[in-house]
Design a protein around this ligand. Sequence first.
Ligand code: FAD
Ligand code: FES
Ligand code: MG
Length: 299
Amino acid sequence: MLRSPNIFIFAGNVMNRIESKQQLAEDVYRMQVEAPLIARERLPGQFVIVQLDNDYGERIPLTIADADPEGGTISLIFQAVGKTTHKLAERNPGDTIESVLGPLGKPTHIEKFGTVVCVGGGIGVAPLYPIAKGMKAAGNRLVVIMGARTQALLILEEEMRRIADELIVCTDDGSYGRKSLVTDPLKEVCTRVPKPDLAVAIGPPVMMKFCSEATRPHSVPTVVSLNTIMIDGTGMCGGCRVTVGGKTRFVCVDGPEFDGHQVDFDNMIQRLKSYKKIEDEAHRRCHMDMALEARGRAS
Ligand code: FAD
Ligand code: FES
Ligand code: MG
């Protein structure tokens, strides 16, 4: 067990077996993974760093979407977007993951604020769910706004419907729910009397930027969960640095949640593109390897 600046980190001595796998939407999967110590300790808002194979495998952060402390498992919900997430999507129940490190990051500050509006875009609905659940359990009135490009990409609608006092579903193309971006209903909710006491927005950086701009004129405090590039997850490599209120912060240990009105989103978006060419090349090669493997199995 390691001691990071604000948390205990469990790793290493458990073969993290995949207990179940379910496809939730196009390229979106939920996996229950054996990780008993993490399942016992984790709190809403925290994440793990997953390494699929060995010391040379890429390390990727994924939010702990849910946990079963008795069963000793955590749930990860991920979208296959590149090499490592596609390789993870190929794994099945019974397979193992080399290392699952966590729980990392500061837990969400949960208390009874009054009315909390939770806004999730795309895969951002997955990290939002445990926070929304925690806010509801603390006695808040919960308004959930969730959106995706199209109906096929919507996830966790039923789960959110079960906990929300009010649920607004949007799609960019109007294939389901309201045809709008999540920022439109968010602006409307902010003009209500009384206005919400807190907004929590999780999704693509551009979405979080515009949600923060939507709440700013109404002075609704807004929490965002930042998805910067991460490597070690313990505050030592500097890969996840962002500027918040003019100061440098490390998302892995100071976050992942920050005051959306203080985040320099443009700088963060720029930094996220740093390795795009290398990531795309790795993804292309990975596809070729998988195709060759499949051909080898067929012959
Ligand atoms: P690549 O093709 O390598 O990268 C695709 C894009 O993902 C990149 O352009 C970059 O924006 C981002 N990315 C790449 N490598 C990393 C890295 N090491 N760390 C962070 N971002 C990276 N995704 C989910 O689907 N579900 C989640 O619950 C989830 N939780 C996250 C929690 C945190 C705290 C952070 C920081 C990110 C989270 N992500 C989540 C994003 C996820 O880590 C990336 O989608 C994943 O790393 C992509 O890896 P890849 O090799 O498949 O794709
Ligand atoms: Fe290395 Fe945060 S991931 S400092
Ligand atoms: Mg990658």
